[in-house]
Write a protein that binds this ligand. Structure first.
Ligand SMILES: Cc1cc2nc3c(=O)[nH]c(=O)nc-3n(C[C@H](O)[C@H](O)[C@H](O)COP(=O)(O)O)c2cc1C
Length: 361
């Protein structure tokens, strides 16, 4: 029986999968649904001094794996959250990380009001610009206003080590990485107009497309700071969550997958983590936490190595041969890789749907 529990900043979670700030956690009822769906903690949608005026349309899926939004923060005023939504979220009984934004003044006003309903805060820095000082001031304002752990959520478009170190120095207890990436654009072919109702027509990218970006940011931050990191960005499966933990995260969040699939996504990711861990012989998250940091390369590998085909697993489906840019793969009863032509690029290893190509480089 594998153990998925995790503890950081004095907060204990039975599993490390939680919602990320967004529509799937837009109010108290959504928090109840997230808990029923198997989340290990509740992160509430970012609120600010006033409810956001959200342009519409504000969400689109322009391609499989890529999602655009122009949603800002919660459209509900803080008074509504305080009177009706946070009390409902509290009833759920899971640890609560309350999302707040943005400026030092907003934070100083909101933290004391929300603190009775929260176990920790997540400060969104999405609109604070490319300089660390507004972020540091927001963290200090939060630290001066309560005794709860303060997480700071960073954009992927800042210099991660610089911002992570500045956040740690300003007193942050943890870092959440990443927010959505942008601005980005998609165009509706029928109208020739942007698909987003924002004043620029731009939106921010999330979902599977940003997973490698999020993974790199978590990996980089984990090398820069000693405080815990929560990974978010494109997570939609148990193996995505495991990779995030290998990169140094202590827990994960997911937003786009929860929008597309509904609140059962959290429990599904947990189940997939359990079954992967059982197969791999891992008993707890500690067994592989930060594994990729321990295996960090010291130099580039320059010698090409030809992958090997597992004759038991290969079905000669041809996917590898079709996408071999070096024409090194031919199909016989199974795929055959010509070592003289093979560039050692490794693409066939990741394209094979049966894990039948192994690369011992
Ligand atoms: C529709 C939508 C609304 C979002 N609202 C917020 C928000 O209020 N505050 C925030 O910090 N991040 C917000 N985000 C960003 C997500 O929390 C998350 O960081 C990002 O989407 C990457 O994760 P994902 O690929 O799992 O969605 C929003 C994302 C989406 C798609």
């Amino acid at each position: 029986m594998v153990n998925l529990s995790t503890e950081f900043c004095g907060i204990r979670l039975s599993n490390p999968v939680m919602p990320a700030a967004g529509p799937p956690i837009r109010d108290g009822q959504a928090a109840i649904e997230a808990a029923k769906g198997g989340a290990g903690a509740i992160v509430t949608k970012t609120i600010s001094a006033q409810g956001a005026k959200v342009p519409r349309p504000c969400m689109a899926e322009p391609f499989r794996g890529g999602f655009l939004n122009t949603e800002l923060w919660s459209e509900l005023d803080p008074e509504i959250w305080l009177a009706a939504e946070y009390p409902l979220v509290r009833e759920v009984g899971l640890p609560i990380i309350a999302g707040l934004g943005y400026t030092e003044d907003d934070i100083r006003q909101l933290v004391p009001q929300v603190a009775p309903f929260a176990d920790a805060f997540e400060l969104s820095t999405h609109y604070l610009g490319g300089d660390t000082s507004p972020v540091e001031r927001a963290i200090r304002a939060a630290k001066e206003s309560c005794d709860l752990p303060i997480f700071v959520k960073l954009s992927p478009q800042v210099d991660i080590p610089t911002f992570a170190r500045a956040a740690e120095k300003a007193g942050a207890d943890g870092i959440v990485l990443i927010n959505s990436f942008g601005p980005c654009l998609d165009i509706d072919l029928k109208t020739g107009k942007s698909v987003m109702g924002s004043d620029t027509g731009y939106g921010w990218l999330s979902g599977k497309a940003i997973f490698p970006l999020a993974l790199r940011c978590v990996y980089q931050a984990a090398q820069a700071v000693d405080i815990p990191i929560i990974g978010v960005g494109g997570i939609s499966s148990g193996t995505d969550a495991i990779k995030m933990i290998m990169a140094g995260a202590v827990a994960v969040q997911t937003c786009t997958a929860a929008i597309l699939e509904g609140p059962t996504v959290y429990g599904r990711i947990v189940k997939e983590m359990e079954s992967y861990m059982e197969k791999a012989g891992y008993q707890s998250l500690q067994d592989f936490h930060g594994l990729a940091l321990k295996n960090k390369p010291e130099t580039a590998t320059m010698n090409p190595v030809t992958p090997q085909v597992d004759s038991e697993a290969c079905t000669a489906c041809g996917i590898c041969a079709r996408s071999c840019a070096y024409q090194a793969i031919t199909l016989e009863k199974i795929a055959f890789i010509d070592a003289d032509k093979c560039f050692g690029c490794g693409l066939c290893v990741t394209r094979c749907p049966r894990d039948a190509i192994v690369h011992n480089w």
